[in-house]
Write a new protein. Structure first.
Length: 92
């Protein structure tokens, strides 16, 4: 069967495989830092809880103040950062 043609009955024949593998290419090690600001999501959750009367205005104000304080603190575990390194990605 020609590999450029996809069979009409997909259950009757195996689909051609499309894929590529890059291994030991000799390229430099690459580090990627992804910073995601989750503050808008956290604020939306607080607003939603206040609107649904799941918390009082005082509880909302306290939670919002604590949220702002957490943002000011520079704790790596509290940061919304994903560090991706080539050695972290499994070759499966």
């Amino acid at each position: 069967m020609n590999e450029n043609i996809i069979p009409i009955n997909r259950h009757a024949a195996e689909m051609p495989k499309n894929g590529s593998v890059i291994e030991n290419s000799g390229n430099s090690e690459v580090h990627i830092d992804i910073h995601i600001d989750t503050m808008p999501i956290a604020f939306a959750i607080l607003c939603s809880a206040l609107a649904a009367k799941q918390m009082t205005k005082d509880e909302f104000d306290t939670a919002y103040t604590q949220l702002l304080e957490m943002k000011k603190v520079d704790i790596p575990s509290a940061a919304s950062t994903i560090n991706i390194h080539p050695n972290d990605i499994s070759e499966s």
